[in-house]
Design a protein around this ligand. Structure first.
Ligand SMILES: Cc1cc2nc3c(=O)[nH]c(=O)nc-3n(C[C@H](O)[C@H](O)[C@H](O)COP(=O)(O)OP(=O)(O)OC[C@H]3O[C@@H](n4cnc5c(N)ncnc54)[C@H](O)[C@@H]3O)c2cc1C
Length: 404
């Protein structure tokens, strides 16, 4: 029997486990996650009002339930076990840890109160234990920097009326916030923006918000994207204004201790100042080091997923923060082929060795059945109109998981 450890149970780790099960009949796979609960950004990134997208978690759940797969939740590589330990215990090890750190803009004022990265902001909205805490001060004017789907997610979540979250798993959130204006600001023009037309169009369906383009003169092309933006101009006024600005580069966040405004420069160097009590930067993410293995330029240097020896990477840890959930599936299949072709049978102990190591150090880890008990606890305690109550405290997760 050959043994493979996958560090990270997000889409890339789960898709890779699935592909390897098919390709290598005599293998056992252990999927580790630093949290007691699996599925990475499907649980903690994908917006809570897009439960249809989050439903892919059911596919991943069936993968983790398979006979030849083990789940080791609440085991952080770097805290509870070293990468070198895993390399000694398994025939191959895969880093599928995603890209958890918000990229910075590198401009003055970025550390002012009220400036947050989208990973932290969406993590808080989604109840990520790392970002749990009270709601930030109620914003009236919000500046969202970035022109991808995450920027649209942030604006939509802030603009929606409370009743528009029915069926979601949204927890404490400033649903009655007096948000009046949300500026979405991009460096380039509308045709270079990375958001998809579908996400953009959804903004026109919100009950209390009206999207529009601050300077309609930029809408010169005839693409479907520009047409959607042009159609925004015909919508009726609403209490919440979502204003798109193009061709503006962030120059400085302004304020003494709390952010009050953001200064941008247009291509001619002329300033535009937009007021803000909350700024959410949606400008990408970088991978975190995994023990001594450090990322370069936000990802783990690799050749088609191969890092060195029997160490591999997949997903955002491999290619950086790009693509959709299905992109991870296609990529995982390619990495699985490469790993399977070179997989030795070193007679290593695999999961039995990992269990002994964790138990020897009294690490409280959560197996698949424990995760299912957390899930049952969350759905049983859902508030009216919600599909679950996300548990945000690790202690409560561990208590719900029970013994393993
Ligand atoms: C805000 C946001 C919204 C998105 N919305 C959509 C959407 O609507 N549709 C879509 O198709 N895609 C969406 N995406 C993209 C999608 O989420 C990613 O493509 C996908 O999650 C990447 O998968 P991954 O497995 O590489 O990383 P992740 O999903 O980040 O999973 C990494 C996992 O590794 C674990 N981990 C990290 N470090 C360690 C460690 N040291 N030890 C053990 N475990 C560790 C983490 O806890 C996590 O579970 C969104 C992304 C973001 C950020």
């Amino acid at each position: 029997m050959r043994h493979i450890a996958i560090i990270g149970s997000g889409p890339s780790g789960c898709y890779l486990a699935d592909a390897l099960l098919r390709l290598v009949p005599d293998c056992r796979i252990d999927v580790l996650d630093r949290l007691p609960v699996p599925f990475g950004l499907v649980r903690y990134g994908v917006a809570p009002d897009h439960q249809g997208t989050k439903a892919v978690a059911r596919v991943f759940d069936r993968i983790l339930a398979r006979d030849r797969i083990g789940f080791f939740g609440h085991v952080e590589v770097g805290r509870d076990v070293r990468l070198a330990d895993l390399e000694a215990l398994y025939d191959a090890v895969v880093i599928a840890t995603g890209a958890a750190d918000d990229r910075r803009l590198g401009i003055p004022g970025e550390d002012l109160a009220g400036v947050v990265g989208s990973g932290r902001f969406i993590g808080w909205v989604n109840g990520h234990p790392d970002h749990a805490g009270p709601a930030p001060a109620m914003p009236r004017s919000v500046v969202v920097i970035g022109n991808g789907n995450v920027a649209i997610d942030v604006a939509r979540l802030l603009a929606k009326a409370p009743g528009e979250f029915d069926g979601s798993d949204l927890g404490a959130f400033f649903q009655d916030a007096p948000v009046r204006t949300i500026h979405i600001v991009g460096r380039r023009g509308p045709d270079e923006a990375k958001f998809t037309d579908h996400e953009l169009e959804e903004l026109a369906t919100l009950r209390r918000a009206r999207p529009s383009v601050a300077d309609p003169a930029v809408l010169t092309s005839d693409t479907p994207r520009t047409q959607i933006l042009r159609d925004f101009q015909d919508l009726a006024e609403q209490p919440v204004a979502i204003r798109f600005h193009f061709g503006l580069t962030p120059d400085a966040m302004l304020g003494a201790t709390q952010v009050e405004a953001v200064r941008f420069l247009d291509p001619a160097g002329r300033p535009t100042v937009l007021p803000a009590d909350l700024v959410v930067t949606c400008v990408g993410y970088s991978a975190r080091a995994c023990c001594a293995e450090a990322p370069t330029d936000g990802l783990f240097a690799n050749d088609g997923g191969h890092i060195r020896d029997a160490l591999y990477a997949v997903g955002w840890a491999k290619r950086g923060p790009s693509g959709t959930i299905p992109t991870n599936r296609i990529e995982a299949q390619a990495v699985a082929q490469r790993l399977a072709a070179a997989l030795p049978d070193g007679g290593k102990p695999g999961g039995a060795g990992l269990r002994a190591l964790l138990d020897g150090q009294a690490v409280r880890w959560v197996d698949y059945d424990g995760w299912r008990r957390i899930e049952a606890h969350e759905t049983a305690s859902a508030a009216p109109g919600r599909c679950r109550r996300k548990v945000t405290a690790i202690d409560e997760m561990l208590a719900a998981a029970g013994g393993n």
